[in-house]
Design a binder for this molecule. Structure first.
Ligand code: CP
Length: 318
């Protein structure tokens, strides 16, 4: 497939066929990640700026690792060490980075629309690593790879429950788009104060009771409580939240046989999810992290070689 997109801003840009192509490419890169020497020359000579204006462990490290495993040069820029702290605007930051001629910029930012703002001003590829509550497409793609491996690529008829702070979650928004695109049914459950308005326009079924929501599901995706984005007063307290909306083994006993648990991380153990359950055989949380490297290798490969697909092939041996 000739990759036609310059930027990855949200899952809505991708067709189901393109999503499957990303997952197939990532599956190839998973194999490279299992080799003793995890490096191929595929993106040698290309440069990627990792511009993280919000905290990150998984996304930032896995993009850095993905770039380096493909032999790209990666340059990390954090808000705290950048001239944003001196009052430089996002537009001037973008133009400054553009002047250095990178092949791609990966951006995480607290403002919804920040990735699109850059994409409209830059010639290089922009990949959204999470913007406000809007979108986290690379997380949804790694979640899809994780479920695809569990379900042998067949999402049709599967039901996924997304549980927790839906309102502030870019992970939930991107996953609803992606899971339904691949043919899965999506249920949402969370406190009424943490559900977004106009859920009637989303292709989901909404529950207020976790036990009812978990009945017969094939996977439960817990969400982090985004306390940094919440106004005061949305929750009565963390203990009360854990008691009412925390995922526990008794909920998983109601799910379909073989059902699995996901969480994008970072986890608030004992709040969003029972701590032993997070470490149990049902949990795919660390496999999500592993798949994150492969998915981000696939995305860097597809977006950075889109103009010259023959110049770099993923199949170049290490
Ligand atoms: N899931 C996720 O985006 O994690 P980080 O904030 O650690 O990147």
């Amino acid at each position: 497939m000739q990759w036609k997109h310059k930027d990855l801003l949200d899952i809505s840009q991708l067709s189901a066929e393109e999503v499957r192509h990303v997952l197939a490419t990532a599956a190839y890169f998973r194999e490279i990640n299992s080799r003793p020497v995890k490096k191929v020359p595929t993106l040698k000579g290309r440069s990627v700026v990792l511009f993280f204006a919000e905290a990150s462990t998984r996304t930032k490290t896995s993009f850095d690792m993905a770039g380096k495993r493909l032999s790209a040069d990666t340059f990390a820029l954090a808000k705290s060490g950048s001239s944003l702290t001196k009052g430089e605007t996002l537009k001037d930051t973008a133009l400054t980075l553009q002047a250095m001629n990178p092949d791609g910029i990966v951006i995480r930012h607290a403002s919804s629309g920040a990735a699109q703002f850059l994409a409209e001003r830059l010639e290089c590829s922009v990949i959204n690593a999470g913007d406000g509550r809007h979108a986290h497409p690379t997380q949804a793609l790694l979640d899809a790879l994780t479920l695809s491996r569990r379900w042998n690529g067949d999402f049709a008829g599967k039901t996924v429950l997304i549980l927790g702070d839906i309102s502030h979650s870019r992970v939930a928004r991107s996953n609803v788009l992606l899971l339904t695109k691949l043919g899965a049914n999506v249920r949402l459950c969370g406190p009424r104060t943490l559900l977004p308005p106009r859920l009637d326009t989303w292709p989901v079924t909404v529950f207020s009771d976790v036990a009812k929501a978990a009945q017969g599901v094939d996977a439960v995706m817990c969400l982090r409580l985004q306390l940094e984005r919440q106004q005061a007063g949305l929750l009565p307290g963390l203990r009360e939240y854990a008691r009412t909306f925390g995922l526990s083994p008794r909920h998983m006993a109601l799910a379909a046989p073989g059902a699995c648990v996901l969480h994008p991380g970072p986890i608030n153990r004992g709040v969003e999810i029972d701590s032993p359950l997070a470490d149990s055989a049902e949990s795919l949380i660390l496999e999500q992290v592993e798949n994150g490297v492969a998915v981000r290798m696939a995305l860097l490969y597809l977006y950075l070689t889109r103009k010259s697909p023959d110049a770099a092939q993923p199949g170049i041996p290490a």
